[in-house]
Design a protein. Structure first.
Length: 122
C-alpha cells in the first residue's frame, strides 16, 4: 500500500512515515498542501492521511483536490485541535478522524478499514 502523509509538523510526519515503513507500508510525506498536490500528480496513492489544520489550505480542502485527481483515494484526517464542524466534514464521506497525538495502532486500524463507521458526535 502506498500512502501520502500530509502534516505541517515535519518531525511528526517524517517519524510517522518511518514507523509505517517498518510495517511494510510505503509512506511518502509532505509538509504542505502544495507539495502534496505535486506529489499526487506524479504518484498514485491509495490513501492520504491529512492534518485538518494547515497553513494556506486545510486538510478538508486538500481532500477535495486530491479526490478530483484520484477518485478512488481514501482518506484519514488527523488533528490536534479539531472542532465538531471539522469532525463532521471529515466523517461526511466515511473517512476516519483521529486526534493527535495519533497512536500508531489507531492509524494502522484506520488504514486497514475500507471506511470508518459513521458517528453522530465527537
Amino acid at each position: 500500500m502506498r500512502i501520502l502523509l500530509v502534516d505541517d509538523e515535519q518531525d511528526l510526519v517524517s517519524a510517522l512515515a518511518e514507523r509505517l515503513s517498518f510495517r511494510g507500508i510505503e509512506a511518502h510525506w509532505a509538509t504542505s498542501a502544495k507539495q502534496a498536490l505535486e506529489m499526487a500528480a506524479k504518484t498514485d496513492y491509495e490513501m492520504a492521511v491529512l492534518d485538518v489544520k494547515m497553513p494556506r489550505m486545510s486538510g478538508i480542502e486538500l481532500r477535495k483536490r486530491l479526490s478530483e485527481m484520484n477518485p478512488d483515494m481514501r482518506f484519514v484526517f488527523v488533528t490536534g485541535h479539531g472542532s465538531e464542524e471539522d469532525y463532521r466534514a471529515g466523517m461526511h464521506h466515511g473517512e476516519c478522524y483521529l486526534i493527535k497525538p495519533v497512536r500508531l495502532e489507531d492509524l494502522l486500524e484506520a488504514i486497514s478499514k475500507p471506511k470508518c463507521p459513521r458517528q453522530d458526535g465527537m
